[in-house]
Design a protein around this ligand. Structure first.
Ligand SMILES: C[S@@+](CC[C@H](N)C(=O)[O-])C[C@H]1O[C@@H](n2cnc3c(N)ncnc32)[C@H](O)[C@@H]1O
Length: 272
């Protein structure tokens, strides 16, 4: 009898969406350099403890413990599936002594119980899932309570005319294409539905690998809520562009003004 031929799996079927996500949008080393240097500039000491909110695979929390034997971190996410991926991949890569200094916590970021820390990070716009002022205020208050007296919260934000439209951005990476899809945009409420898709050279696709229903919060609104939550000072560090090529640079400068650009990205730094 002829042997049944096993159907070869497509690249999309073999792909790991969390690994692709990390490769596409995360640069923990760069982010940690930024938060560490900025904390040192403002507080004149080295930060030691860090809480990564909306941690997903907890990549930054894990990398933090590799940077110094004193560093400790907590990674908070309410999704057990993604935390488990982080344990299997990112935590496993650490040396036993580093591993002991990271704790994974499955909880809502508004309710998570963690010790007081120097820094709380909420990156990749994840806090935009909170679309009501009262929810975001509750979150900012909870973060403030979990910070040391000289603690600092770090967030990010984007904007510009392209943020207020439906559009797709494609980036060809090593072995796959990453697609950022601003699929729906409500110009009245600034609610947006975004997806991440992945495409592969064998034409297979991983559509809607990640889905985000966000409110496009403005810089001033976020600052108002942080101050209302009790933070004493809020700073903006905006990504610089090459004036000739208009290419985004790996440099962020403190400013309170962004020219009417198609797209801007900024870190928001809130001091307790
Ligand atoms: C875009 S991912 C962020 C991953 C990674 N930290 C990064 O910077 O790219 C958003 C994560 O937030 C988590 N999340 C959303 N709302 C949350 C909440 N209220 N409390 C805890 N985690 C939440 C989701 O489970 C998801 O893993």
């Amino acid at each position: 009898m002829a042997k049944k031929k096993k159907k070869k799996q497509s690249m999309a079927e073999r792909a790991d969406r969390h690994a692709l996500y990390e490769e596409s949008v995360q640069d923990s080393e760069f982010e940690l350099d930024f938060v560490q240097d900025t904390f040192k500039d403002i507080r004149k000491r080295k930060p030691v403890t860090l809480r990564e909110d909306f941690a997903g695979t907890a990549r930054s929390a894990c990398v933090w413990t590799k940077r110094s034997k004193n560093n400790q971190s907590w990674a908070v996410d309410f999704d057990e599936e993604v935390l488990e991926w982080g344990r299997k991949h990112n935590l496993k890569k650490l040396k036993p002594r580093q591993r002991e200094r990271v704790e994974f916590i499955q909880a809502d970021v508004r309710k998570a119980k963690t010790p007081l820390v120097d820094m709380v990070l909420a990156f990749n716009f994840s806090y935009w899932i909170m679309q009501e002022r009262k929810d975001l205020l509750t979150y900012f208050r909870a973060v403030r309570r979990t910070l040391n007296d000289d603690g600092i919260m770090f967030l990010d934000a984007f904007g510009g005319s392209e943020a207020h439209t439906t559009q797709q951005e494609k980036h060809k990476l090593d072995g796959f294409t990453f697609i950022w899809d601003q699929n729906k945009y409500n110009a009245l409420t600034q609610e947006m539905q975004c997806y991440i898709h992945f495409r592969f050279p064998d034409k297979s696709r991983l559509d809607k690998a990640f889905s985000y229903n966000w409110r496009l919060w403005g810089g001033h609104e976020i600052e108002d809520l942080l101050l209302q939550a009790g933070f004493s000072n809020v700073r903006f560090f905006v990504q610089k562009f090459d004036e000739k090529t208009e290419e985004a640079l790996d440099e962020f400068e403190e400013t309170r003004e962004v020219i009417d650009h198609e797209c801007w990205i900024a870190y928001i730094v809130a001091e307790k």
